[in-house]
Design a protein around this ligand. Structure first.
Ligand code: BLA
Length: 495
């Protein structure tokens, strides 16, 4: 009898607790309470001149005072970093030092220092402006990938943006003429599992100099399995599944810089090189600074978009207010303001319920379909604002194709206190938009047959694979949601 197919569970691989590092440097862990070296990587002697067995148990403060007498106090906040370029030489040449505070102590990572080519100024992005158009943002995005490629000399540097469903898209690229391009291609969410994304949200970047390098074990005095949390380690070993992925892509060295916006992982600058390549600590830091400058630009762009929304809505709502003041019923006042709102939200139609009264606006869908939608939302939806680019299963089975007339909706609900506490529910409707998504390889293909059975393993082809998507509307963006929140807030003040 055949064994049950084995499905590799990417979401449960304990990435931060591998007990291994990449061999480009040595790692020491100084425990907070005892202030001793509790864990040391097995390759310590080659860089630090002392075998791991001798370093284990040593007083970390004493050791640091010996090798880095001018260092000053250790950083205290978790995730906080202290770095010194060519800070020490213990017999094997200058070493760069990175000290990172973790919940239970300090990670000390030392790696051979690479002298800078010249005292070269790292490239920078355009100066920050007060407002920014989409075109200007695209320009800065291109500057970012070009600048990072100049700093690290990799073959391909991509700006990879996450969509709300955690699939991702390459939205800008800087690549050698001979390199394959991924610009415009979409990648499934499973390529970067949630457990990996959670790590990248806490660290500035992920550096993999050589996928073929043999990882080094981290040792402890008692020889017990290492439970050390490597979340903040630059040297953390690479998941074997991801090594396979990179090999399938023809990549031997990779580097990804995290882009955080409003506390959320917005995207990555993903960099590839076909041969092994180490990026010196100081250059990794330059890339981090470039990404931080990009985030500043992006925030200006975000603010510009929000200001524009604010102005648009103010105009519409001032007119709505005037109509209400002149005694018009809510539905009538709304109907007169529908055109600009429809344009703002790319809506083909809308439905407004004021208690049990329905008003159809724009290119109306079938009232029966809208009643079904309204009932479903009242039953299943508790959020004041909800957006769907595909109809929920329950509605799809209930409504015939020709009856629907819309595939996506955004609902905004509130109480109109000054109008008899009426329950107001506005649905902005979007028609079906048959679209093509250009995936990098068939996204349904990660289930591969192996000698052990089926495995969820990385795709072996990243060639463009076009999916035709039906039954979806144009997706509701963050900007749409922001506009909906603004609209609801302003309506609540008004009504
Ligand atoms: C990690 N996957 C990653 C990383 C990237 C990607 C950027 C971060 C590490 C790095 O920089 O190399 C994916 N790389 C991409 C994508 C692009 C790119 C989408 O350049 C597009 C341009 N991967 C799979 C499957 C699994 C998987 C099926 O395809 C799991 C079964 C896992 N990916 C996986 C894991 C990591 C990862 C576990 C974490 C690696 C680590 O940090 O140790």
């Amino acid at each position: 009898m055949r064994d049950q197919p084995k499905i590799l569970d990417c979401e449960n691989e304990p990435l931060a607790n591998s007990g291994l590092i990449q061999p480009g440097g040595a790692l020491l862990f100084m425990e907070k309470g005892s202030r001793q070296f509790r864990y040391v990587s097995a390759n310590a002697e080659s860089l630090l001149g002392e075998p791991a067995a001798d370093l284990l148990g040593q007083d970390g403060d004493d050791w640091l005072a010996g090798v880095l007498p001018d260092m000053g106090a250790l950083p205290t906040a978790a995730g906080q970093r202290l770095q010194l370029t060519a800070g020490v030489d213990l017999g094997a040449g200058d070493l760069d030092v990175l000290i990172t505070t973790t919940g239970s102590g300090w990670l000390l990572e030392l790696e051979p220092s690479v002298p800078a080519d010249q005292a070269q100024q790292p490239p920078s992005l355009a100066a920050i402006t007060d407002t920014m158009t989409t075109e200007q943002l695209h320009h800065v995005q291109q500057q970012l990938v070009d600048a990072i490629r100049r700093v690290i000399g990799f073959e391909r540097v991509m700006l990879y943006r996450f969509h709300p469903d955690w699939t991702g898209e390459v939205i800008a690229e800087s690549a050698a003429a001979t390199a394959k391009t991924y610009l415009g291609l979409r990648f499934p969410a499973s390529d970067i599992p949630a457990i990996a994304r959670a790590l990248y949200a806490q660290t500035p970047y992920r550096h993999v100099p050589d996928t073929r390098a043999t990882p080094i074990p981290i040792l402890s005095r008692s020889g017990e399995a290492t439970a050390l949390d490597l979340t903040w380690s630059d040297l953390r070993s690479v998941s074997p599944v991801h090594v396979q992925y990179l090999e399938n892509m023809g990549v031997m060295s990779s580097f990804s810089v995290s882009i955080m916006v409003d506390g959320r992982l917005w995207g990555l600058v993903a960099c590839h090189h076909p041969s092994a390549k180490t990026i010196p600590l100081a250059r990794r830091d330059d890339c981090r600074a470039l990404v931080s400058a990009y985030v500043d630009h992006f925030k200006v762009y975000q603010r510009s978009v929000q200001q524009e929304i604010h102005q648009d809505l103010t105009q519409s709502l001032d007119r709505l207010q005037a109509a209400l003041d002149a005694g018009a019923p809510i539905a009538t006042a709304f109907a007169d303001q529908f055109a600009p709102l429809a344009q703002r939200f790319s809506a083909s139609g809308a439905a407004l319920w004021v208690d049990r009264d329905l008003t159809l606006l724009g290119d109306p869908a079938d009232p029966e379909a809208l009643s079904a939608l309204h009932d479903w939302c009242l039953r299943e939806q508790s959020d004041a604002i909800a957006a769907f680019d595909q109809l929920p299963e329950a509605l799809l089975s209930q409504l015939a194709d020709q009856q629907r007339g819309f595939s996506g909706f955004l609902s905004i609900g509130m109480r109109a206190l000054r109008h008899g506490n009426a329950l107001l529910q506005l649905y902005l409707l979007r028609p079906e938009e048959v679209s093509e998504i250009a995936w990098a390889g068939d996204p349904e293909k990660p289930l591969a047959a192996t000698p052990d059975g089926l495995r969820l393993s990385p795709r072996d082809s990243f060639d463009k694979w076009v999916e035709v998507r039906r039954g979806f509307s144009k997706p509701w963006s963050d900007t749409d949601r922001f506009a909906a929140e603004q609209l609801r807030e302003r309506l609540m003040q008004l009504l």
